[in-house]
Design a protein around this ligand. Structure first.
Ligand code: HEM
Length: 499
């Protein structure tokens, strides 16, 4: 063998003598059990797949930087924001929601907008979407909702009947469904859309004062969407359009950028604001809470291996850093639990050691052992607390101000009780803000999708949903009813029966 060539080896480093023919008894005889390399190759291949994400399975990711452009220290003491010009390394993963890992990334769907900031005080994950609101406002409904977006248990096909049945029975979904059915439901790849933290979070400043905050990411590439027809065509032409678009622009040095902005509400304002500030189906109108500039994110490096970095990346809304905190948003509260649980299932209990997830700064604790512990397991350091040997302490200066929740009464409160049941004003306002072209596309997309409702409950589902569209905006309701070629008298009496 030429000495400048690398030797092919087994996973344990033993050089191969042969890589294309199994060891047999005679040229046409059976294979010998002792061909260990054959076992290793087959066995490793059989184990290549890990569970895909139960949602957001199809995605694309890249590394980049976040740079502070404005001083927001009056709201937060988070170190990553403490100096104008400060740069923090980031990893971002974009995704569709309902489709499998091999599905088309031009599907009508919200887009995931997940960010990991490798800050000096730990990794901060902001796991958002390209929409400021969501379909539901209680995490108990998430699994049921997602089932309607996946495959019917009998037909194994996507089912508009399931989707519209669920949406029509959960009118709090109307705002997000309006966005989804507009052309924003089919963005032109991942570079031309805005991102949102969506939930209300908190910021804590150096005086230990709390403000409620929403995060916004404005694309510098400009908003660009596919029409429904173009998206459908692209699904057939290139199901990996968004992956290819992101990858090639970064490879060509055309780095996508987003401006980070925040909306800020005081604790006092939150007590009297007309919308529940912790309701994920509502926005805070910019007229009431204007956008405040924070910084700029740029994606500038493609990972050299998709599986290692993108597939194994794991984001958790629970991962906030000092100066950023949670809020009582029920959906956020549910997500705090769900994501690390999903990662332990998908990647294993030591998923934080995978390089894309690992904090590049200090990690000191007493967590040890477990499957695939590959980082030295903190060597000979003590594995219990308190101890007389190391100097590791919990630092009370990181404590947040106490929460005054205003009540001590635990119960199952109706999420849509009086005062929490205006599902119509915000989607109606959104529709009225659209230009004629956007209105036309929205109606056409709704009509196209609702036309897929079928089966014995078809009329009930259609009429129940129509009632919601009418309550958002009469013009919108009329246009959809016309598009569905409905007998309005029959629809009206059915709606009256269901109102
Ligand atoms: C209670 C509500 C929700 C639950 C229980 C939930 C649960 C999950 C789970 C289990 C995953 C898969 C995680 C993995 O295997 O890596 C996931 C992924 C994701 N979710 Fe949610 N989700 C919820 C709501 C939301 C909301 C409101 C947003 C956006 C505002 C969101 C954005 C995402 C994103 C972006 C991903 C993909 C992250 C990645 O790129 O790896 N989810 N969600």
């Amino acid at each position: 063998m030429e000495t400048n060539k690398k030797k092919l080896t087994t996973a344990s480093g033993i050089p191969y003598a042969e890589n294309e023919n199994s060891m047999t008894v005679g040229p046409r005889g059976p294979i010998l059990l002792q061909d260990f390399i054959l076992h290793e190759k087959m066995a490793h291949f059989n184990r290549e797949r890990i569970p895909e994400r139960v949602v957001h399975a199809k995605g694309s990711g890249a590394y980049g930087t976040f740079t502070v452009t404005h001083d927001i220290s009056k709201y937060t003491r988070a170190r990553l924001f403490n100096t104008i010009g400060k740069e923090t390394k980031i990893f971002m993963r974009f995704s569709t929601v309902g489709g499998e890992k091999g599905s088309a990334d031009t599907e009508r769907d919200p887009r995931g907008f997940a960010m990991k900031f490798y800050t000096e005080e730990g990794n901060w994950d902001l796991v958002g979407n390209n929409t400021p609101v969501f379909f539901i406002k209680d995490p108990k409904k998430f699994g049921d909702f997602i089932h309607t977006q996946k495959r019917d248990p009998y037909t194994n096909c996507k089912s508009p009947t399931m989707m519209w049945d669920f949406w029509s029975l959960n009118p709090e979904s109307l705002h997000q469904v309006t966005i989804l059915m507009s052309d924003r439901g089919t963005p032109y790849g991942y570079r031309h859309m805005d991102g949102f933290g969506s939930h209300t979070f908190s910021m804590i400043n150096a005086n230990n004062e709390r403000h409620w905050v929403k995060f916004h990411f404005k694309t510098e590439q400009g908003i660009k969407n596919f029409t429904n027809d173009d998206a459908v065509e692209m699904k057939g032409k290139n199901p990996d359009f968004a992956q290819h678009d992101l990858l090639t622009h970064i490879d060509n040095g055309d780095f996508p950028k987003w401006k980070m902005k925040i909306q800020v509400m005081t604790e006092e304002q939150a007590k009297t604001y007309r919308w529940n500030p912790f309701d994920l189906t509502k926005v805070w109108p910019h007229a009431d809470f204007p956008l405040i500039d924070v910084g700029v994110m740029e994606l500038n490096k493609n990972p050299d291996n998709y599986f290692a970095h993108v597939e194994q990346s794991a984001f958790a809304p629970a991962h906030v850093v000092d100066g950023v905190g949670y809020s009582p948003d029920k959906m956020l509260q549910g997500r705090l639990l769900s994501y690390p649980d999903a990662h332990r299932h998908r990647l294993g209990g030591n998923y934080e050691q995978i390089p894309v997830n690992r904090c590049p700064f200090a990690v000191n604790n007493y967590e040890r052992d477990g499957k695939m512990r590959v980082d030295g397991n903190q060597g000979s350091a003590p594995n219990y607390f308190p101890n007389s040997f190391d100097d590791i302490v919990a630092d009370e200066s990181y404590k947040e101000p106490a929460w005054d929740l205003g009540t001590g009464v635990a119960d199952w409160y109706d999420r849509n009780a009086e005062g929490e049941n205006d599902h119509y004003t915000q989607p109606g306002d959104l529709y009225r803000l659209m230009d004629d072209h956007a209105k036309h596309d929205l109606v056409a997309n709704i009509v196209g999708s609702m036309s897929g409702i079928e089966g014995p409950k078809k009329d009930i589902i259609v009429n129940r949903q129509l009632c919601h569209w009418f309550r958002a905006d009469i013009g919108l309701g009329m246009a959809i009813a016309k598009g569905l070629q409905l007998d309005m008298d029959a629809a009206m009496s059915s709606m009256a029966a269901h109102a």
